[in-house]
Ligand binder design. Structure first.
Ligand code: HEM
Length: 163
């Protein structure tokens, strides 16, 4: 099979943007008090982010990399954006896995989403869930938006590097 890394890259960006949209939907649902829809949206966001990771690692394994070849005066700003994106993307993995684990623990303790407030162990797990997601949501959105911006910049000013 002939894997085109540029197509894999486009698919990766598509899945990460979709994961950002699912995340926004999940935040919207929990603000409405709809825990069931929140759970579905967040599990979708997590699945999409996992697919993204697989596509991204496949692309790296194929040795496809683009470097910035735009205006020199913007190079520093681009590299700062790229660095912040990479650091926060790495941080996003534990920031997503830990609240997911607390949600799982809470749901198991409660037996169902409607019993979350009446079972103390579940309530405690979801309090921790809330404390973590305060960081998860902004970091995830920052990573999704900057990833898309970097993709657009490299689409315009990038040159393909051959390793
Ligand atoms: C990484 C994925 C997830 C993220 C980013 C996330 C994000 C959030 C956010 C932003 C809130 C509102 C917190 C607040 O009001 O201060 C919340 C609450 C909640 N989430 Fe999630 N969530 C995720 C996964 C899940 C899953 C899979 C479940 C399913 C069991 C779940 C169940 C809940 C519940 C029940 C609440 C309400 C907690 C309460 O009553 O205090 N979440 N989540």
């Amino acid at each position: 099979m002939n894997l085109d890394p540029a197509v894999i890259n486009q698919a990766a960006v598509f899945t990460i943007v979709l994961s950002g949209l699912a995340l926004l939907a999940g935040v919207f649902f929990i603000r409405q008090g709809n825990r069931e829809a929140h759970m579905r949206a967040m599990l979708s966001a997590s699945a999409l982010a996992t697919i993204f990771l697989v596509l991204y690692l496949t692309r790296l394994a194929l040795g496809y990399e683009k470097s910035y070849a735009g205006p020199a005066e913007w190079r520093g700003a681009y590299l700062a954006l790229l660095l912040s994106h990479i650091v926060l993307a790495a941080a996003n993995l534990p920031l997503a896995v830990i609240p997911l684990a607390y949600a799982y623990k809470g749901l198991r303790a409660a037996g169902s989403l409607s019993a979350v407030d009446t079972v103390p162990a579940a309530r405690a797990a979801f309090d921790k869930h809330r404390a973590w997601v305060r960081w998860t949501v902004p970091v995830w959105l920052y990573v999704a938006v900057t990833g898309w911006i970097i993709y657009l910049i490299l689409g315009h000013y990038g040159t393909v590097m051959h390793g």
